[in-house]
Design a protein around this ligand. Structure first.
Ligand code: DQA
Length: 159
């Protein structure tokens, strides 16, 4: 089972940017923790960060036939990008959207996420711990799907 973690614009600046909102932790440190969880749970994991919308669309498309789960923080593109939303819908791979901050308690323009509407779940306002919660969530979803597929295979064999 493989999870791809996709990080949108300006998340490469975590630990530097607006620390009163996003905290002191760097993206690499968050990824280290996620890697540890993945190793402990026998999950393959890959990380990708880009400030460019089209690159994020490309990376989502590349998940098709390769990954069984996506964790994505589309950052500012959450609020604007029909292209990223369409890419998530197109691949149909279960995705969990993460926001470090509680986007519902911030400016009006952040309260709507176009991309969240095509995700299996959303975690917001939990800081870096939100990525851990997303790992737990996507692992559960992937295991449930795998179990359902195995059951279906057994049933078709029996008939
Ligand atoms: C963010 C929230 C977005 O509104 C913002 O543009 C970001 C980060 C978050 O993780 O809280 O860049 O996605």
């Amino acid at each position: 089972m493989k999870v791809v973690v996709i990080q949108g614009p300006n998340l490469n600046m975590l630990g530097v940017r607006e620390q009163h909102i996003y905290g002191p932790m760097k993206l690499e440190q968050i990824h280290e923790q996620m890697k540890k969880f993945a190793q402990e749970n026998g999950i393959e994991i890959e990380f990708f960060q880009s400030n460019l919308e089209g690159e994020i669309v490309d990376r989502i498309q590349e998940c098709l036939g390769d990954a069984q789960g996506i964790i994505i923080n589309p950052a500012a593109y959450s609020h604007t990008s029909i292209a990223i939303r369409d890419a998530l819908a197109a691949v149909g791979i279960p995705a969990i959207e993460v926001h470090l901050s509680n986007i519902h308690a911030r400016e009006e323009f952040r309260r709507k996420s176009l991309t969240a509407e095509v995700c299996a779940g959303v975690i917001a306002g939990m800081g870096p711990f939100g990525y851990h919660l997303a790992m737990v969530g996507i692992t559960q979803i992937m295991r449930e799907i795998e179990a359902a597929q195995k059951m279906q295979q057994q049933q078709t064999k029996q008939h």
